[in-house]
Design a protein around this ligand. Sequence first.
Ligand code: COA
Length: 162
Amino acid sequence: MVEFNITMRSLTSDDQRALTEFNKLLSAQNTVERQELSAKEIEMFLKADEDAGLTGMAFEDEDRNLVGIALVVSDPARLKEWFEDTFNADDTLYLYAIVVSEGAQRKGVGKEIMKKVYSTARMLGKTQILLDVNNRNERAYKWYKREGFEELASQVYMVRRL
Ligand SMILES: CC(C)(COP(=O)(O)OP(=O)(O)OC[C@H]1O[C@@H](n2cnc3c(N)ncnc32)[C@H](O)[C@@H]1OP(=O)(O)O)[C@@H](O)C(=O)NCCC(=O)NCCS
């Protein structure tokens, strides 16, 4: 087992290029629906401050290479707007995206990032993490399951093509 020592810092506008690269990895797994972030979403997290309830977390290895990111949303008002009353927004941290760089995958970095997401959530007084995952992204789906996530029975996206 490789021990991975990662440090966390805020995502900044200097990370724009790296974020675009991470974004490609996000879409690579998904063959049908788009899952990558739009330029507007990327900008939203790069500009985010704590007041906006959006947090861009960046993770570096010992050589200060960026090895992963996690984008989280903690503002209950925003979550209510997005998800209505599906769950208690006050208690929830929404994991908008998590991506580990290709070369750093399968070394425990994702797991370490998750630990930081959990501790951030606890610090904010949250009691649960919510995320959504494209069902074509089998690897991420299984990974989340092993991480202890369970499917919400209450919500399935449906679409009618016109
Ligand atoms: C999903 C994702 C975030 C997981 O990150 P990761 O860093 O590869 O995850 P981990 O290393 O913690 O665990 C993955 C695997 O490595 C293994 N592993 C964990 N720690 C390890 C270690 N120290 N040494 C060797 N292997 C290890 C795990 O058992 C696991 O194996 P498995 O996938 O065969 O079950 C990453 O694959 C990713 O970025 N995917 C593309 C983007 C994406 O789909 N994001 C999620 C949708 S929002």
